[in-house]
Design a protein around this ligand. Structure first.
Ligand SMILES: Nc1ncnc2c1ncn2[C@@H]1O[C@H](COP(=O)(O)OP(=O)(O)OP(=O)(O)O)[C@@H](O)[C@H]1O
Ligand SMILES: [Mg+2]
Length: 335
C-alpha cells in the first residue's frame, strides 16, 4: 500500500569503491557501506552514529542519489529509484536535499547569499518573477533566523560566520520544499556555542515544514540531543554495517551492543555519580581496521573485550530483540 511505505528505504545497500594498490597493482575494494537496510518514515528522524570512516557520508549520499550503490537499492515512497522514469526521478531528487559536512566548502565564494538562494528557486521554477524571487529569499532567511534578512542578501560567504554559513546552506536545502534533509555532520565545523542553535533550527523546521531527517554524526551527545528530542531512531554504524538500531531512548539508556556502550562512555559526564557504568569497558585494540580489508566474522571482534570464538568466524545478523530495537552481536543473540 502506498501510504504504508516509508519515505525512503535502503535495502541491502553496499557501496564498494575500487582502489588500485600501488601504481600498477591490482584493484581492491573499500567496503564503505557493506549491506545496510534502514528506513525513514515521513517526517521521521534517523540518526547515523559512528566513528570516522564507518560509511556514514557514503550511505547519506547514496540515499540522496549522489552515489550509485554497488548492490541493493534505494526506494522512494516504495519505488526503487533506479527504475523510475525521468520525471519521477526528478521529484525524488528534489525531495531529498543534502546539507554537506563542511559549510565552508558548500558555498560558492563568488556568489552572494541572494544569488546562492535564488539559484534553486529559479531552477525548480518556485519563483517566477524577480519580485517573487526576492520575497522568497527574504522569507527563507527569516525562517533560518538570519534577520534582518536585508542585511544578508548581498553578503559573500567570507563575510559570514560558520553558523551563519550553515544557516544559508540550510536555507538553500529547504528552498525547494524537500521531504528529507540529509544533514551530514551539520554542526561539526561550527563554534560550540552555536551548535545547539543549529540543531534547534533543524528540529524547528521539522515542526513547521514536516521535514524528515537523516542526521549524520560521530558525536554521541549530538545524536542524543537531536534524536531523542525528535523522537527518532539511532542506527550505530561500524565499518560499513549497522550494529545496533532502535528508538533513541532505548539505544541511549539500554544499549545492546558493546560498541554503543563504548560510544556512550566516551561522552564526558560532569557528574561522576551519573556515570552509567561503574566499570569502564576496555577496548582490546584502539585501531580501527581498514575497510579495505575488514576482519572476518563480527567486524568489531578485533576490538571487542567480550569477543569469543564464534565472533571471529561468523558475522552476526542484525536481529530485533525488543520492539524496534535490533542488535548484531553474538553475545546477545546466543541462546
Ligand atoms: N570516493 C572514494 N573512493 C575511495 N574510498 C572512499 C571514497 N569515499 C569514501 N571512501 C572510503 O570509504 C570509507 C567510508 O567513508 P565515509 O566518508 O562514508 O565515512 P564517514 O563515516 O562519513 O567518516 P567521517 O566521520 O570521517 O566523515 C572510508 O574508509 C573512506 O576512506
Ligand atoms: Mg562523513
Amino acid at each position: 500500500m502506498q501510504q504504508a511505505s516509508p519515505l525512503i528505504e535502503a535495502r541491502g545497500v553496499k557501496v564498494y569503491f575500487p582502489v588500485r594498490k600501488g601504481l600498477f597493482g591490482s584493484i581492491a575494494y573499500v567496503r564503505a557501506v557493506d549491506g545496510v537496510s534502514v528506513a525513514i518514515p515521513r517526517g521521521g528522524i534517523l540518526t547515523l552514529l559512528g566513528e570516522s570512516g564507518c560509511g556514514k557520508t557514503t550511505l547519506g549520499k547514496t540515499i540522496a542519489g549522489l552515489i550509485k550503490p554497488t548492490a541493493g537499492e534505494i526506494l522512494y515512497k516504495g519505488k526503487p529509484i533506479n527504475r523510475m522514469r525521468k520525471k519521477e526521478y526528478m521529484v525524488y531528487r528534489r525531495s531529498v536535499q543534502i546539507v554537506h559536512q563542511d559549510p565552508y566548502a558548500a558555498l560558492n565564494p563568488t556568489k552572494t547569499v541572494f544569488q546562492t538562494l535564488s539559484f534553486p528557486l529559479k531552477r525548480w521554477k518556485i519563483a517566477r518573477s524577480r519580485r517573487e524571487l526576492r520575497e522568497k529569499v527574504i522569507e527563507l532567511l527569516e525562517t533560518v533566523g538570519l534577520t534582518p534578512p536585508e542585511d544578508f542578501l548581498n553578503k559573500y560567504p567570507h563575510q559570514l560566520s560558520g553558523g551563519q554559513r550553515q544557516r544559508v546552506v540550510i536555507a538553500r536545502a529547504i528552498s525547494v520544499n524537500p521531504e528529507l534533509i540529509v544533514a551530514d555532520e551539520p554542526i561539526t565545523m561550527i563554534d560550540v556555542s552555536l551548535r545547539l542553535g543549529i540543531l534547534d533550527l533543524l528540529l524547528g523546521l521539522r515542526e513547521k515544514l514536516g521535514t524528515a531527517y537523516l542526521f549524520i554524526t560521530h558525536d554521541f551527545g549530538a545524536a542524543r540531543y537531536f534524536t531523542a528530542k525528535g523522537g527518532g531512531v539511532i542506527a550505530v554504524m561500524y565499518l560499513g554495517k549497522v550494529v545496533e538500531m532502535g528508538p533513541a531512548e532505548a539505544v541511549i539508556h539500554d544499549p545492546l551492543h558493546p560498541y554503543t556502550d563504548i560510544l556512550i562512555q566516551a561522552v564526558p559526564e560532569p557528574d561522576p555519580d551519573k556515570m552509567r557504568n561503574a566499570k569502564p569497558i576496555k577496548l582490546r585494540s584502539l585501531d580501527i581496521p581498514s575497510p579495505l580489508n575488514p576482519p572476518k566474522g563480527c567486524k568489531f571482534h578485533t576490538r571487542c573485550p567480550y569477543a569469543w570464538e564464534r565472533c571471529e568466524k561468523e558475522e552476526p545478523p542484525l536481529v530485533e530483540l525488543k520492539p524496534g530495537h535490533s542488535v548484531a552481536c553474538w553475545l546477545k543473540l546466543r541462546r
